[in-house]
Structures are given as structure tokens and as C-alpha cells.
Unconditional design. Structure first.
Length: 563
């Protein structure tokens, strides 16, 4: 009886404590809202210059949310359509053309096959000077997008410049569908391939349709390419895992402060490809829903992950409606893969003195086990079973990209060579490369290499320590050698520059599909997958965790491959 009374008393105290805490929270909220409103009133009445209520409020809102994490954001009514296109829907009314601003001028950068711009023979490289009689000069990206987009069936009048001549084009907007699956099919050696770019509406069905088509070819292996896929809708990720995993398997669990946000997601239906060998490709830009798919399939020992460590976003967002047709996207939970690990990399709850979120300390990283007993770790993205070194562009290539030198030459190439035989095997010749190099003779190709940056820092340190005179001759000698080395960069980085140039050129002829197909001949991760499919013994060893495959990405062993 005493024990029973003690339980009742404890419960009463608990309820009282919760009630007090709730009332205290309400008081603090009310108090701070009063302060905020009073502060704004005094600024509005007394500030020396005129103030804008919307601008002040937006600044206050953005600053508040910025103190949390970069995924919690306010979306005003004016930005709702862009928000839906980015996070929810893959459809909008438009003309099917990408644009780029170069030196203040608007150029068509890419054409989507089969859409209004393509039908009207608008071409990449065309300069757009007017949209519906409105001059483009001085307009920003948002204004240009607003002019080009609109309801299906409405007209768009363009004035473009091509080869120095003004040309008028009349287009009718259509519903532009940007598929989640940008490419699928057989890629040789009996391997099926699905490239998933995002996890927006219908992505699960698109992957399913691609998989059904591939299964008709009796593939010896399937590659699901999630590289550069920043994620999207969590439920779509669960559907995709379900295509490869038996019913009633845990895929992911989200856990939040609000108990209603704690949800376990399991596979619901029989899979359509439960046994075909599977590889998932990831890189440092594979995030969120991509990491749910890759991490879950790895934890369930259903797929081998190839590539580089993924981004490390283990947070779940949900949108809530606000007054005046606005909304807020809030981080409501963290998600956990079947083994129990959370792959979130940055600790937003404990920022440093500068307000910057840092990585979780190694001491907080915990080991978990896959279904077969392989060791995986929390706190730092999904580590691949097979690591393929990332390819980083050199400073000269980055400079040429930023200055649109590839873009301009690709336009010239298309003009001089109206047709190409095939996308899959296309490569530029040495003569083409020499012509491209020659076209740069009068261009500003100035850039600072990594070594030059270090040399500048060395000069600075020498000046601080009054040792410039002692090392002046050595520094000048090194500078001259670096200048000479830079002149050879076009030759030294030929293979890399050639690939980027080919990508630009091939899209002028075969659009996005051709660009993807042409890239396969250089794809190291895809090549690694094909090699694995030809070695079933190694595949089984990886999935069972034999020998060195027992541990995946142990923190103390990863210093040389940290992203």
C-alpha cells in the first residue's frame, strides 16, 4: 500500500512539474514576443531613417532560424512555387530551357529534348535579349525565371541573338516534367543502371518502372546511382528500399523531441528485385534520403556501397503552414538506419564560439552492426564498402568553367560540326583539343594555383619575421618556376580538361541523355561495380564481412580519406 501511495505521489509531482514547466515556457514565449513587438515599435517610430516592416521582420526571422540549422527555413508566399519545385514537385509550366548569365548577358545553356524551346529550334549559346518585350539587361535570376515560367498553354515571345542577328521566337509554355530518374537501362556487361537525381514526388514509382524494364533483360547486377542526389521525401526513400528488400523489414526510424514525430518505417509490400546483386553509388554530395537508401541497404547487407563517404545529413524536416499563405520548414527529428546509427555529421546543438557547427567528436561516434554483423559507425555519413578516390578538378579547369570557356567553345564546335554519329563513344581528337587551346590565346586565363597560394603565405610569414631579404632570391626563383609550370597546365591536365569539354559538346547534340551515356566511358565507380558483378566471390565476402570487410569506415583508420 505504501508503495502504491508513493507511486501516486510521484505521479502527482511529475504532472505538477510538467504543468509548471509548460506554464513557464508559455510565460517565456509571451514575455519575449512582447519584448520583440515593443522593440520593433520603437525602431519604427524613432529610427533616424525610414524602415521597411517586411525587410526588418524577414531579417529577424532569418537570424532566428539561422541559429538552429540550415534546413529550418521560412518560406514567404512569394517563394512558395520555387519551394515546391525544389522540395516537392517535379513539374512546372515553362519552355524547357536552362539559362546562364555571363558578363551580365543571358544565354541559353541547355535545352530539354521535346519541349517548347527544342521545338522552336532555340539552341544552347543563343543570347536572350527580350522576354515578352521586356529587356533582360539588369534582371536577376529570380526575375528571369518568373518571366519564363507560367501556366501551361500561355505564350512566350523571345528575342534572341545568334551569329550577330536578332531572331524572334514565339513559344507556347508546356508542363515541364523533370524526372527523378534521369537515365535507366543496360550499360554493358549485363549490368542494369538507374540514375536517381532526387527524391521528389513519384520517385519511388519511377525507380520501380525502370527496374521492371531492366529485369526483363535478366541483369547479372543492378547499379543504383545516387551520386550528387541531395535527397527529398523520406517516404519515397522507403518505397525504393522496398523494391529490393522483403516485406516487414525496418528501413529507417525517425526520432524527435515531439513523441508524435517518432516513427518507424518498414517495407510494406513484396519486392520486385529481392535477389539480383545490387550496388549503390554515392559521393560527398549524396545526402538525406540518398543516405537513408544507401545506409539501409548497407545495414541490411542487401547492397554494396561504392564511391566516397556521403554528406552526413541525418535530419528530417516537416513543413507547417503559417498565416498569409507562408510556411516554415522545421527540423523535427533525426533518422536512424536499421542498425541504429544516425549518420548526422555536424552537431548543430553545440556550435563553437563563432556560431559554426562542427563535426561530432570521435569520442561520440558509436559502432553499430549490420544484419550480418559488419561494423558500421554513426556520426559521419555513410562510408562505402568499396572506396573509389574522388576526382577533384584542377584550378585551371575550375577557372575555365567559371569563365564559360568550355561553354563558348562547345557552341562554336556545334556550329562547325552540325552532327555527331554517337554519344556513347564520343571523344574529341587531339586536333580538337589543340584548336580549343588555341582559342584561349586571347582569353584571360589568370588563376592562382594551390602552390602559389602557399607561396604568398610564405612571403607573408617571411615579412612578419623580417626574413624577406634572406629568402628573397629563393622565393623569386620558386615564383618563376611556378609561372613556367602554369604555362604547361593545359598539357598537364589535358585528360581532365578534355572530359569537361566533351561533356559540354555532347549536350549540344544529344541533350542530357547523351551527356550521361558519354560519361560512362570515364566512370570509375561504375567500372568498379562492373568488376564486382564479375566476381561473385568478392561480393559475398564483402556482404558477409569476411576479413578486412568486417569493419566499414572505422574512425581511427580514415584519416587519409576524410572528405
Amino acid at each position: 500500500m505504501k508503495k502504491f501511495k508513493f507511486v501516486i505521489v510521484a505521479a502527482v509531482f511529475s504532472i505538477a512539474a510538467l504543468s509548471f514547466s509548460f506554464k513557464e515556457d508559455l510565460f517565456l514565449v509571451s514575455k519575449n514576443l512582447d519584448i520583440f513587438a515593443s522593440l520593433y515599435k520603437e525602431i519604427n517610430i524613432n529610427y533616424v531613417d525610414e524602415t521597411s516592416a517586411p525587410e526588418l521582420m524577414r531579417t529577424g526571422i532569418d537570424a532566428m532560424l539561422e541559429s538552429l540549422d540550415p534546413y529550418t527555413e521560412y518560406v514567404p508566399e512569394s517563394e512558395i512555387e520555387d519551394y515546391k519545385l525544389k522540395y516537392v514537385s517535379t513539374q512546372y509550366g515553362g519552355i524547357g530551357a536552362g539559362t546562364v548569365l555571363i558578363d551580365g548577358k543571358l544565354f541559353v545553356s541547355e535545352i530539354s529534348e521535346g519541349y517548347p524551346a527544342n521545338k522552336a529550334e532555340v539552341k544552347a549559346g543563343d543570347q536572350v535579349v527580350k522576354i515578352n518585350s521586356i529587356e533582360i539587361k539588369g534582371k536577376d535570376r529570380a526575375q528571369i525565371s518568373q518571366l519564363l515560367r507560367g501556366p501551361k498553354g500561355t505564350s512566350v515571345d523571345l528575342v534572341i541573338i545568334r551569329d550577330g542577328k536578332e531572331i524572334a521566337k514565339k513559344l507556347t509554355r508546356e508542363e515541364i516534367k523533370q524526372p527523378n530518374v534521369s537515365y535507366s537501362g543496360m550499360v554493358g556487361d549485363g549490368v542494369g543502371y538507374i540514375k536517381l537525381d532526387k527524391f521528389l514526388e513519384n520517385s519511388g514509382q519511377e525507380v520501380k518502372d525502370a527496374l521492371v524494364s531492366i529485369n526483363k533483360e535478366n541483369p547479372k547486377g543492378i547499379v543504383l546511382d545516387l551520386r550528387n542526389n541531395g535527397g527529398g521525401i523520406l517516404q519515397e526513400a522507403v518505397k525504393i528500399v522496398n523494391l529490393f528488400v522483403e516485406r516487414d523489414q525496418l528501413v529507417v526510424t525517425q526520432k524527435g523531441k515531439n513523441i508524435e514525430k517518432t516513427i518507424a518505417y518498414k517495407t510494406q509490400i513484396p519486392p520486385i528485385s529481392p535477389t539480383v546483386p545490387l550496388v549503390v553509388l554515392v559521393n560527398g554530395n549524396s545526402a538525406s534520403a540518398s543516405e537513408i537508401v544507401a545506409g539501409s541497404l548497407q545495414d541490411l547487407d542487401r547492397a554494396i556501397v561504392i564511391g566516397q563517404r556521403s554528406y552526413g545529413k541525418g535530419l528530417v524536416q516537416q513543413t507547417f503552414n503559417l498565416p498569409y499563405n507562408s510556411l516554415v520548414k522545421v527540423t523535427v527529428a533525426k533518422y536512424y538506419t536499421p542498425s541504429g546509427r544516425c549518420i548526422q555529421k555536424l552537431d548543430y546543438a553545440h556550435k563553437n564560439a563563432d556560431g559554426i557547427a562542427e563535426r561530432f567528436a570521435d569520442s561520440t561516434i558509436t559502432m553499430f552492426q549490420t544484419k550480418a554483423g559488419r561494423s558500421v559507425y554513426s556520426g559521419n555519413g555513410v562510408y562505402p564498402d568499396v572506396v573509389v578516390e574522388a576526382q577533384k578538378l584542377s584550378p585551371i579547369t575550375i577557372t575555365m568553367l567559371n569563365k564559360s570557356m568550355f561553354f563558348n567553345y562547345a557552341n562554336l564546335y556545334k556550329k562547325e560540326k552540325p552532327t555527331l554519329a554517337s554519344a556513347k563513344t564520343f571523344q574529341i581528337t587531339d586536333a580538337d583539343y589543340n584548336a580549343f587551346s588555341a582559342s584561349l590565346a586571347d582569353k584571360d586565363l589568370s588563376y592562382q594555383s594551390r602552390t602559389e597560394r602557399l607561396l604568398t603565405e610564405l612571403r607573408y610569414e617571411a615579412d612578419k619575421e623580417n626574413k624577406t631579404a634572406e629568402v628573397k632570391a629563393d622565393l623569386e626563383n620558386l615564383k618563376n618556376k611556378l609561372i613556367a609550370a602554369k604555362k604547361a597546365d593545359l598539357a598537364n591536365h589535358k585528360a581532365e580538361i578534355k572530359k569537361v569539354l566533351e561533356t559540354q559538346i555532347i549536350s549540344r547534340y544529344f541533350y542530357e541523355k547523351g551527356r550521361i551515356e558519354q560519361s560512362f566511358q570515364y566512370d570509375k565507380e561504375l567500372a568498379a561495380a562492373k568488376t564486382l558483378f564479375s566476381n561473385q566471390t568478392q561480393m559475398m565476402a564483402i556482404l558477409k564481412g569476411d576479413g578486412t570487410y568486417k569493419v566499414i569506415g572505422k574512425p581511427v583508420k580514415e584519416a587519409s580519406v576524410v572528405d
